[in-house]
Design a protein around this ligand. Sequence first.
Ligand SMILES: *Cc1c(COP(=O)(O)O)cnc(C)c1O
Length: 507
Amino acid sequence: MDGQQVQPQPHPAVPLLMEDSKPGRRAGTLVAGEDVRQALDDLPAHLLRCKPPAMPELSELQVVRHFTRLSQRNFSVDTNTYPLGSCTMKYNPRAAHAVASLAGLVTRHPHTPDAHNQGLLATLAELQQMLAAITGLPEVSLAPMGGAQGELAALAMMAAYHRDQGDGQRTEVLVPNSAHGTNPASAAMCGLKVREIATTPDGDVDTAALAAALSGKTAAVMLTNPSTLGTFERRITEIARMVHEAGALCYYDGANLNAILGRVRPADMGFDALHLNLHKTFATPHGGGGPGAGPVAASKRLAPYLPLPYVLETDGVFRLATAMERPQSIGVLGAFLGNVGVQLRAYAYLRLLGTAGLARISGHAVLNASYVAHGLHQAGYKLAYPQRRACHEFVVTLAAEAERHGFRAGDVAKRMLDFGIYAPTVYFPLLVSECLLIEPTETETKDELDRLIMVMSQIMEEGRTQPELLQQAPHLLPISRVDEVAAARHPVLTWRTTPEPGSPAPA
Ligand SMILES: *Cc1c(COP(=O)(O)O)cnc(C)c1O
C-alpha cells in the first residue's frame, strides 16, 4: 500500500486483458500429450516460434470476471426492452435453441454423406416447405447466410431469368426511397443500376413516379411491405400489376415478416421472389453479430434459378440437388448447407407455434406497436404517419423539438439508456427527419410497454424543460456520451506494450 485512496466504484473498470497481465500468472497448465508432442516433432524447425507469443498472463478467475463484466455491460433482449425498429429484437425461445443444439445435430460432420444424413435433410426439406407455405411461393432455398445475401441471390436469379428470356437489357432496379440500405446495395453488388422511387406524404409508394420509371430496362422493383415506415402498402396489388405489365419482376424484402405472418402471403400480393430473415422473425436473435440465414423463395418461373444447396426428396429419400440437375441455378453461395443452426431454430420455432401460432405473432406485434404509438402520441410525440395504422413498427419525428428545444432524436435515444431501455433505431428511415423507428415486438408484456411509454413521456418532459440533460445523456452507464466521429475516424484497435526505457519498440 502506498497510501493512495481507493475510490468507490459501482462499475469497476474493465481493463484490456493485456493491461492486467502479470508475467508467470496462469489460468491452467496445458500438458502436451504424446500426440501434440508428436505433431510438434513433425513440424519443420524453421516454422516453429523462437519465443512464445505475447499472450496475456492471467488467472482463470480474472478471465472469467473480465468476460462476465463485459457481457453485463451489453444491453440484450435477455436483460432489457429492445425496441430497435426494423431489427425485430424479440425474445427467442430457449426451446428452439435447445432443439437446434441436440448433440446429434451439432456434432454432425459437414461432409456426412446424404445416406447418413436423412434426419437432418428431411428436417431441412420440411423447413423449405413450411417457408414456402408461409410465403405462398412454391420453392425455397435455405442457402443464403443473411438478409442481404438473400437479396443478392434473388436479384441474381431475376437477372439470369431476364437474360434467358432474351431480355438482357433489363438492368435497372427500382427501389423506394423508404427502403433498407441493403436493397440498393444488393442491386449494385449484382451489377444492376438502382433508381429511386418517391414516397407519398402519407407513406405509400408514389405510383405515378413508379409508372414513370418503369420501362423496358426495368429488371425488378424491390419492395418492403409493410415498409420500413411501418405502414402497409395499400395499393400493393395494383403496383404488382403495373410492374408485371412492364415485363419486370417484383421482389419482396421479407425482413418485416413479423407484421404479416399467418395473415397475408407475399405471393398473394403479387411478388415473384423474396428473402426472409430467419435471424429476426424465426427464433434467432438479430444484431448479436452471430450467424444469420436469409432463405429465398421463388415463383415457378424463377425456381430453377434458386441457389444451391437445395434439398430434394425422391421416394422418401432425401438428398441435395446436384448442379447438373439444376443447370440454371445461380450456384453456391457459401460452404456446405449454410447456417444450419439458424435453420434448425426456425424449424423448431415453427413446429412449436403451428399455423395458429403464426397469426398470434403478427397479431400481437401489430397490437403492441399500435398501443405504444398511441401512448407516445398522447405524450406529445409526433407520429410521422398519423393517418396510418402502425403495423409492427412506427416512426416518430422530433423535428419540432430539435428546432424549439434543441434536443434531437439521438439525444432521446441516449437518455432511454439511462432507464435501462435500449435505443430505438435513430435517423432511419432516411425520409423522416429527426426520427425514431420503434418496434416493441410481440414478446413484451403490457407492463413493459407501459413502462416504455412512461419513460419516453418523462424524457419528452425533461427535454422541454432541461434539454442539456438529454444532450449529455447517458449519465448512468459505465461509459457516457462517446465522440462518434472520432470513434469512426480514429478508432484505436490495436494494443501495444509501453516500451521499457532503453528497450527496442515492439513490432
Ligand atoms: C435487417 C434488414 C435487411 C438485411 O438483413 P441482414 O441479415 O442484416 O443483411 C433487409 N431489409 C430490411 C427491411 C431489414 O430490416
